[in-house]
Design a protein around this ligand. Structure first.
Ligand code: FNR
Length: 176
C-alpha cells in the first residue's frame, strides 16, 4: 500500500484502511513509507540511501501495489513522484516494470482526484506498469464517510470499495 499523504487525519489513509478492511482475506497489506527518501539525485546512485533500497526492495517483493493518492494542484503529490522516480532508476532495475498496480484517491472536491490519477497513469505507462483497468475516484463528501479504522456505513460506498479490492485481487492472481 502506498499512501501519498503524510497527514495523520488523511482521508486517503482512511480510504487505504477501507480497501484493506473490505479486501479478500487472501491479501496482506504492508504500508510502505515514502517520506524517508531524499529527493532523487543521480549522484547518490553509486551508493543508494538505505531508505531507497528498502523502498525498492518492498515494491519488488510485492505481488501488487495499491496506490492511494490525494490530488495536489491537479497532479500527484511530490512525495509519490519522488518515490516513483527512485523506483524507475536505473532503467535496467525499474521496479515498476510489469508490476500490477491499482490506483484510487480521495478529495473533498467533486472530481475526487480524477486529474491526479490521469497524471499518474501517464507516468506509469512509460514505466511499463500493469495498471488495473477502470477508474475509482472518491469524493469525500463528509469527514466521517470513512472511519479511521476503514469502516464505511454507507452501503453503496462500501460496495464500491469492496469491488475495488476484489478486482485488485483478481488481477494479481491472474498475473502471478
Ligand atoms: C489540495 N487539494 C486539492 N483537492 C483537489 O480536489 N484538487 C486539487 O488540485 C487540490 N490541490 C491541492 C493542493 C495542495 C498543495 C493541498 C495541500 C491540497 C485539497 C486536498 O484534496 C485535501 O487537502 C485532501 O484532504 C488531501 O488529502 P489527505 O491529506 O486528506 O489524504
Amino acid at each position: 500500500m502506498l499512501v501519498a499523504s503524510l497527514r495523520k487525519e488523511s482521508i486517503n489513509l482512511k480510504l487505504a484502511k477501507a480497501i484493506e478492511l473490505y479486501a479478500p482475506q487472501s491479501l496482506r497489506f504492508d504500508y510502505i513509507r515514502m517520506d524517508d527518501m531524499p529527493y532523487y539525485n543521480g549522484d547518490l546512485e553509486g551508493q543508494r540511501p538505505e531508505s531507497v533500497q528498502r523502498f525498492t526492495d518492498s515494491i519488488r517483493a510485492a505481488d501488487g501495489v495499491c496506490c492511494v493518492t490525494p490530488e495536489y494542484n491537479r497532479s500527484i503529490p511530490a512525495l509519490l513522484k519522488n518515490a516513483i522516480d527512485w523506483g524507475s532508476k536505473p532503467s535496467a532495475d525499474n521496479v515498476w516494470h510489469n508490476k500490477v498496480l491499482a490506483m484510487t484517491g480521495a478529495s473533498p472536491g467533486g472530481i475526487g482526484t480524477a486529474v491526479a490519477q490521469q497524471h499518474l497513469r501517464q507516468i506509469l505507462a512509460i514505466l511499463g506498469c500493469i495498471v488495473m483497468p477502470g477508474e475509482a475516484y472518491i469524493s469525500f463528501k463528509t469527514p466521517d464517510m470513512i472511519q479511521p479504522d476503514g469502516s464505511i456505513a454507507d452501503e453503496s460506498v462500501r460496495e464500491f470499495i469492496t469491488a475495488f479490492g476484489a478486482r485488485f485481487t483478481e488481477l494479481i492472481e491472474r498475473m502471478s
